[in-house]
Design a protein around this ligand. Structure first.
Ligand code: AHN
Ligand code: ZN
Length: 353
């Protein structure tokens, strides 16, 4: 009889646990469907008993409109070309926003000589969340904008600074929205957000015949940081670079250097994107090899770092028709694309143990 009683209690307990599981699942589904500010509670079974569940990770809901406004704020400073007034003011703004989210922020300032002899007053902005933790993840983007719209259809614009909403603004906008969540819900690992300067001062298209090798003229801020990290012997489990992540219907293909240096991180990030329902933006298609900040991080520091970048080698426009033109403005920014990228990044970093 006792045994019988026990098995009833056990059965009831199982039912209660199962109901709890269902209601938690319902909360999780409601959270993602409503796209509100409440955290999504993912469930995972633990131990040997499959019906016992406990929260595995709380993944906050990324707000694409919030990321959009962080891009609009940058664009309002005008072009963020090194040595310009807009660059200085926007840099101060970025430091202030990151500090307001509780990060420990370092401005790494240095003079860098560009391929054409210009001396750039460069500033890498390094925001550390939970700096005491030794296990870390690196998230990065470039915040400078290109001094020349050298792909513009109008040759009169080929030496005019472009607005840089997508190229420069978008990756930063997504990372500021990530920072907002880091200030509210801590991750299990420490997170560093680095905004690199002087990525986009690479050789002008009209000067391609110059002796200087084109590849070395880009990504100068990250190259400096990789040789002079803010902490001696800096380490991170991996890095994720965001570049040109704002255009409607972006396609983030499998970038070649990322596949070479960090195939496991590509897999982790792409499967997170597919799990979150963003498969359309993250096809398993080859994306060509793109010289960008992540190459320095891989080659100089040996930290596996991937690049999420809108580049489709099979499209007529590659990076998009607005790329390095005067059209790179807020018209080319889609909150839905920002959400696909940002929610994927949040899912990855909040799942780290
Ligand atoms: C090259 O075009 C060599 N690299 C692309 C990196 C880049 C430029 N990202 C933004 N603008
Ligand atoms: Zn560019």
């Amino acid at each position: 009889m006792v045994q019988h009683g026990n098995s009833i209690v056990n059965a009831m307990r199982k039912n209660v646990l199962f109901l709890m599981f269902l209601s938690l699942l319902a909360v999780a589904c409601a959270g993602s469907a409503k796209n509100d500010e409440s955290p999504v509670v993912k469930q995972k079974s633990v131990g040997t008993s499959p019906e016992v569940v406990e929260p595995a990770a709380i993944v906050p809901i990324f707000d694409g409109d919030s990321a959009y406004s962080f891009i609009a704020a940058q664009v309002a400073f005008g072009p963020r070309v090194p040595n310009s007034d807009g660059h200085k003011k926007c840099g101060d703004y970025l430091v202030q926003v990151l500090r307001s989210y509780g990060a420990d922020v370092i401005s790494q300032q240095t003079d860098i000589r560009a391929y054409n002899g210009d001396v750039l007053k460069a500033r890498n902005i390094i925001a550390r969340f939970q700096p005491q933790k030794s296990e870390r993840v690196l998230l990065c983007a470039h915040w400078d904008t290109r001094p020349w719209a050298d792909s513009d259809p109008d040759p009169d614009n080929h030496y005019t600074p472009l607005p840089g909403a997508n190229d420069g603004g978008s990756g930063v906008g997504v990372l500021l929205e990530v920072a907002r969540h880091l200030s509210r819900v801590p991750t299990a690992v420490g997170v560093d957000i680095i905004l690199f300067d002087a990525e986009d001062y690479g050789r002008h298209e009209a000067e391609w015949r110059d002796a200087v090798s084109g590849e070395e003229t880009w990504a100068l801020g990250s190259k400096y940081w990789a040789h002079n990290p803010h902490v001696a012997g800096y380490k991170a489990r991996y890095g994720i670079l965001l570049d040109i992540v704002g255009a409607p219907e972006s396609r983030f293909c499998l970038e070649g250097f990322s596949m070479h240096f960090a195939p496991g991180i590509v897999k982790k990030v792409w499967s997170a994107a597919h799990r979150q329902g963003f498969a359309r933006y993250f096809p398993y298609n080859e994306g060509g090899s793109i010289t960008d900040d992540h190459v320095n991080i891989n080659k100089i520091l040996g930290i596996p770092c991937i690049d999420i970048i809108n580049y489709d080698p099979n499209s007529p426009n590659g990076f998009g028709e607005h790329h390095h033109t005067m059209k790179d403005d807020m018209e080319w920014i889609s909150p839905a694309t920002l959400k696909a990228v940002g929610q994927t990044v949040l899912s990855v970093i909040y799942s780290e143990k």
